[in-house]
Design a protein around this ligand. Sequence first.
Ligand SMILES: [Zn+2]
Length: 329
Amino acid sequence: MLAASWQHSSLKFSALLAQRIANPYLMLVAQCSIPVHGSRNALGFAAPYTDAIALKFRINLSWRDGLGYALAAAVLLAGGAHALAKDPIPLPRPRPPGANASPMIPLPPLRPSIPPTVETPELPVPSACQLRLTADIAIVEPLPPIIAANGCGIDDPVRLNAVMSKDNVRIAVTPAATLRCTTAEAIAHWVREDVAPIAATLGAPLGGVANFDSYECRGRNRVVGAMLSEHGKGNAIDIRSLTLANGKSYELTDMHVDRQARERLKASACARFTTVLGPASDGFHENHVHVDLAERRSGYRLCQWAVRDAAEIIPLPRERPAEAPPREP
Ligand SMILES: [Zn+2]
């Protein structure tokens, strides 16, 4: 039954196939049209759900109508195929040999970077003292205010790293001293105008000052319960020795150091500072000299630094041995 129906349908398209046999598009139309205009048996074998479709075609379309539609479709497709053959879609040109397999695709230009808006804290305005301490006088760093207990602290502290001599030679302060700016200023002028020329008489230019103590929140002479030391206000510095450019160091309290130099150092210190404490002052300054700018109501100045020679040292009597006989009354 199927073979007979297929043969019958093929006969219906024999003329069309003969005319358009060379066109594969028409071949396709002819093959697809077979079940459309064919008998119900021809469609019935396919599947039950296609049966209704086949029936609809069979009722509504006579085989002449079906043949007419098929011919119209064939003409349309033939026209399309002819148009395609006339104006084929151009294929992309083959890549020339030697072209990179993966060509570099240029990236778009980078957008100009926009700096982030970071709010920088406002720098404190330099004090008048800091503005006076220019780099040709001293190397200082401003510090934030120091607030401490027991009355300690500094409103305008600086770190004094070095003093510049009049010959523009750096005189290091080792370690760097933390001081009230006005005290650092006084020390800088003392060192560059007085100490450096005096030290130069010892054999070489001054190269450094040994800082024994600067700001420190403590009582006088480190005695518990004593009055607040000027060190606790950043008003004082303890200097132990001077170092020359030739590497030699001289302690201010060393009796073997040239006496005239030590006398001049003492005189210059007592002229500039309100307090100068050295050997024989109170027993706490035998190996260094303390200078400060303490303010006293009466304007009283303290200059206690005994410049002594070794010959002036009077040896104390030896302690009486225990086995010694009792003294005569
Ligand atoms: Zn001191």
